[in-house]
Design a protein around this ligand. Structure first.
Ligand code: PBE
Length: 267
């Protein structure tokens, strides 16, 4: 059958990302839900995954990756999510901003910017695409901020200028989070705050804000993707609500592959 063909072609391998990603847990759940016993999920990183995707795509070879939206890969390549009739990957989600306890009192200006930060998937995609094309994240963020002063004005509304107060943001090297964290960091800097961005793994990102060693993160995917982390730290994190609505996760393949559903992967 064509399904066995797909498995053989990709060596029964799904190309994943960093092991701490919620997307990896969701994929493991999907593999259980759909009985994909012969399959393996390969760990790596977002950067390694997109490099493998590019390699396969350029050769029109089959590949199955763990994908998400917003991501530049859907604008750069013709891709499709495999249908997920069992709902293993959950529904549409929002990305939330979370800060440490006490930040509101100790740094009300930075807190307010973080609280008012909200943008659309198309905004985030613009920054991601620039970075993908080789612009440094900080430069891409500055450019977006320059071109979107109307949106940024809403984030800085009624916020007093900072006076070099320190504010630290933690993030994971997911393309979407590189974009959002650099944009918020740029705005905080321009408002007079002393900003530090620190790249970490997913677990330490949540743990860092929970234990107060970092001030904030803008990278919590809820209600499903990061539910384990949130459950672990929920009493120690202050949830400022969504900064972006309308995300999606799932197994992703090039459109040229003759397969439509995760169910087609079963042998
Ligand atoms: N992601 C991007 C992350 C959240 C942001 C979907 C790769 C994850 O799976 O945890």
């Amino acid at each position: 059958t064509s399904s066995n063909k797909v498995g053989d072609q990709v060596h029964y391998e799904i190309t994943g990302i960093d092991p701490g990603a919620g997307l990896m847990k969701a994929t493991e759940k999907a593999m259980r839900d759909y009985g994909l016993k012969d399959w393996t999920l390969k760990e790596g990183s977002s950067a390694a995954m997109t490099a493998e995707l590019k390699k396969a795509y350029d050769q029109k070879e089959p590949i199955i990756v763990t994908g998400w939206t917003p991501h530049w890969m859907f604008t750069k390549y013709k891709l499709k999510y495999l249908e997920d009739p069992k709902g293993s990957f959950g529904k549409d989600e929002s990305i939330h901003t979370m800060v440490r306890k006490g930040l509101k009192e100790e740094n009300p200006g930075a807190f307010k910017i973080l609280d008012q930060f909200y943008w659309k998937p198309s905004d985030m995609e613009k920054v991601m695409s620039d970075v993908q094309e080789g612009t440094k994240p900080e430069e891409a963020a500055k450019k977006w901020v320059e071109n979107n002063d109307d949106i940024v004005a809403k984030w800085t509304k009624d916020v007093p200028k900072g006076n070099g107060e320190k504010i630290s943001l933690v993030y994971v090297a997911w393309e979407s989070e590189i974009a959002s964290t650099n944009v918020v960091g740029t705005v905080l800097k321009q408002q007079g705050y002393d900003v530090t961005l620190k790249q970490v793994e997913a677990g330490p990102m949540f743990a860092g804000v929970a234990d107060g060693s970092a001030d904030a993160l803008v990278a919590a995917w809820l209600p499903t993707t990061h539910s384990d982390y949130i459950n672990e730290y929920k009493n120690k994190l202050v949830d400022l609500g969504p900064n972006l609505d309308g995300t999606k996760l799932g197994l992703t393949v090039p459109e040229y592959m003759d397969i439509d559903s995760i169910e087609d992967l079963k042998t």
